[in-house]
Design a binder for this molecule. Sequence first.
Ligand SMILES: *Cc1c(COP(=O)(O)O)cnc(C)c1O
Length: 221
Amino acid sequence: MINSESYSKIFEDLLKQSVTLVAVSKTKPADVLLELYNSGQRIFGENKVQEMADKYETLPKDISWHLIGHLQSNKVKYIAGFVSLIHSVDSLKLLKEIDRQAQKNNRVINCLLQFHIAKEESKFGLDYQEATEMLISEDYHKLKNINIIGVMGMASFTEDKAAVRAEFKLLKTIFDSLKKDFFRNKNDFEEISMGMSGDFEIAIEEGATIVRIGSLLFGPK
Ligand SMILES: *Cc1c(COP(=O)(O)O)cnc(C)c1O
């Protein structure tokens, strides 16, 4: 059950700060998404390709679908026709496959580069050097059907707010350096996707333009 009052409050607060809300609806059935849709939400985030494709089929077509979880190259084809933003680009190989599938679908797919900012080993993502190597490569410059519009990162799962803040600061620094060195004349390179239910307020203070919120809207998994 969606509490539409608390949804509206979160949404209005974010709107005032010009922060985009991605409602993370992974594991929730389509009718629950529809409830939030009926409260006005149009951007939904999923972490599994098949689940997102199924929900895309059943739900209204004016929803923007964001892929926020790790993406395997061989699965890009299932979402290339409709995905509106892929948050989790972490290799040139993946980016090339997104480009290939986007071309097949006659479209350009917006992407974020995911960076590893957390202490935990298990988190996916690039480091700064890997990203720069990718962005100076000849292969990258050949890609015409992808559009990189910013960065994404996940902070450590910890109660240590100072540590979380430091990780968000790191992602902002990465964004600023990339902007300066690679995307200076690209006005749509402007997104920083960071912050979840437990830490989105800190993320916004540190410069998030997109927050990905699940349990706060939908209840715990
Ligand atoms: C699940 C998930 C979220 C949302 O997490 P909540 O704590 O439920 O808000 C955000 N980003 C990613 C990448 C996720 O997998």
